[in-house]
Design a binder for this molecule. Structure first.
Ligand SMILES: [Zn+2]
Ligand SMILES: [Zn+2]
Length: 151
């Protein structure tokens, strides 16, 4: 496990769940990076908000383990580790070419800082958002596929 936290030779990034059962790799540069405050994200992660990094699905692969999937709405599939419950990915049926990955499940979670907040209309009252990032009451207009677009 000494290679955790380092980009592999082909530039792909690695990540995984808390217990280590599920490991993934993702290649390419992210299309977007946002913090989502929607109810589904909050519930699924048990957190006040979730930071997502959107990648091309083409570059994503599970290296070990098998995450479970849950449909949080008709068109949305979220995956998580069945052993430890870590929220891993989000995918929308209408955009199968993209996959949102939880920033915090990456081995280098600081690598892709968020650029915007989405679904602020669902934000918890005590969750202070004062970081100067772009703000969207609902989904962002760009990156229709991303978690920011619909949930
Ligand atoms: Zn796990
Ligand atoms: Zn969300």
């Amino acid at each position: 496990m000494s290679d955790i936290g380092e980009a592999s030779h082909d530039g792909s990034r690695s990540g995984g769940c808390l217990c280590g059962a599920v490991r993934y790799e993702v290649a390419g540069e992210p299309e977007a990076s946002s913090i989502c405050h929607c109810v589904s994200c909050r519930k699924s992660a048990g957190a006040q908000s979730v930071a997502w990094v959107v990648f091309s699905y083409e570059g994503f692969r599970i290296v070990s383990g098998e995450p479970a999937a849950f449909r949080s709405s008709e068109n949305v599939s979220r995956t998580f580790c069945v052993e430890c419950g870590t929220t891993l990915t989000y995918q929308h049926d209408e955009d199968p070419d993209a996959i949102d990955i939880t920033a915090a499940s990456l081995d280098l979670p600081d690598e892709f800082p968020p650029t915007r907040h989405v679904w602020l209309e669902d934000k918890l009252a005590w969750d202070t958002v004062d970081d100067g990032l772009q703000r969207f009451e609902r989904g962002s207009s760009e990156g229709e596929s991303s978690e920011g677009a619909s949930s």
